[in-house]
Design a protein. Structure first.
Length: 408
């Protein structure tokens, strides 16, 4: 009898072990990817989508590449990168006849005049725009203000961050080390009032997220929202804020989130589905299936579901990423976008920069309709190094309106 019980116990323990192993893997991976922070928000977003209804065709796709562009001290690296990108982009066009638009979030802390000059040539040729990226730590409000002001001087000398219409400079922002508003601690930031300071310095929106970094990934995702700064607390944006919505204006810094999708059609990890934060890194190559996921995420201004924003991100200056951003991988993705999301009936494709995406979102918020391309320069005007030039009198709505729109 005892032998028979022992014989039964062994397969039971084996079965329990087989069950515990995958659960342990899922728990570990879930923790590493910060699912305890963002999964409830993901569930809330998925549930809210059920009540929004389908977008009216055609759906306009605003495709944006936010590049954490960190070339370091590499001599000639940016010029070589630029040559390859110009060759790639020249072979592709969206519904407006524009080449793919790259946004180089260039690190102010690694600033090199020669590198900025190479990027400026690409901008003038019509391939994108430069915005502000910054790694910093152990800062105070005063020391960070000094760094931002120096960055604006350095960038401004090349014509970046300086709109063709006054007053002042304006910029989109990505926080180096993913620590906006001191969300990962003093080593990566140090300033609990960073969002307030950014707005004071001319920042119109943050483009850092999603990140999947446990401490910095906001709980509100797949949405565009305004976060109000609490200068006494770090990470004021983490809990979310007021969603960007047609006909409504809110205070705070606009958090311009890209897609974050749980792909139940991709079980390459066996025990859990793929989690797609819309990155195009060498460890997570872009595919047509992923493009479909990003579009289905449907990031939009509430009340304007037919204008969808697809923000991807990459560290594009790294040599390992070159095939993805200036080579064959990028060529395939642009071709897929143009063949599947630009038929003019169901979908219309628009390649946009971060500035243009912000302007189009603000136009939607203001109740504008029709072809979103006409609102690329709605509030923040093209920069001095931008290929786009303003027509006479086109600066009536200067970017001074940005501060008012973000603070009311």
């Amino acid at each position: 009898m005892f032998r028979s019980l022992g014989a039964v116990r062994l397969p039971i323990l084996t079965l329990l072990g087989v069950m515990v192993l995958p659960l342990s893997v899922v728990a570990y991976k879930g923790h590493a990817k910060g699912m305890d922070r963002w999964l409830p928000g993901y569930a809330a977003w998925a549930w809210a989508r059920r009540g929004e209804g389908s977008a009216t065709a055609p759906v306009h796709i605003m495709f944006l590449t936010a590049d954490h562009f960190e070339p370091g001290n590499g001599t000639g690296l940016v010029s070589a990168w630029a040559e390859r990108y110009a060759r790639l982009a020249a072979a592709h066009r969206d519904s407006d006849g524009r080449a793919p638009q790259h946004t180089w979030f260039y690190p102010a802390d690694q600033f090199r005049r020669s590198q900025m000059a190479d990027l400026a040539k690409l901008c003038r040729a019509g391939y994108g725009e430069v915005e502000l990226h910054l790694h910093h730590g152990y800062d105070t409000y005063a020391s960070l203000k000094s760094k931002l002001e120096k960055a604006k001087r350095d960038f401004g000398a090349a014509g970046a961050l300086t709109p063709q219409q006054p007053p002042g400079q304006a910029f989109a922002f990505i926080h180096g080390n993913l620590s906006l508003d001191n969300s990962r601690g003093d080593y990566f930031c140090g300033v609990n009032s960073e969002m307030t300071l950014l707005q004071e310095q001319g920042c119109f929106a943050d483009f850092t997220f999603p990140s999947l970094e446990r401490k910095s990934q906001p709980s509100m995702l797949n949405r565009l929202y305004y976060a109000v700064d609490d200068p006494t607390q770090p990470g004021s944006y983490l809990a979310g804020g007021a969603e960007m919505e047609v006909g409504k204006r809110h205070r705070g810094l606009l958090i311009f989130c890209g897609p974050l999708v749980v792909d139940f059609g991709d079980w390459r990890h066996i025990f859990y589905p793929a989690i797609d934060p819309a990155d195009t890194e060498p460890t997570n190559l872009p595919t047509p299936q992923r493009v479909d996921n990003w579009v289905r995420a449907g990031v939009h201004v509430r009340g304007r579901p037919e204008w969808v924003f697809v923000k991807t991100w990459v560290h594009g200056a790294k040599r390992a990423a070159w095939p993805i951003v200036v080579g064959g991988e990028a060529d395939q993705i642009f071709s897929y976008l143009e063949s599947h999301y630009n038929d003019g009936a169901r979908y219309v494709l628009h390649y946009v920069t971060a500035r243009e995406a912000y302007n189009i979102a603000k136009a939607a918020e203001a109740g504008k309709t029709g072809n979103p391309s006409q609102y690329r320069d709605y509030l923040v005007k093209p920069y001095l190094i931008s290929a786009r030039q303003l027509a006479p009198g086109d600066g009536a709505n200067s970017h001074a309106a940005v501060a008012a729109g973000a603070s009311e």
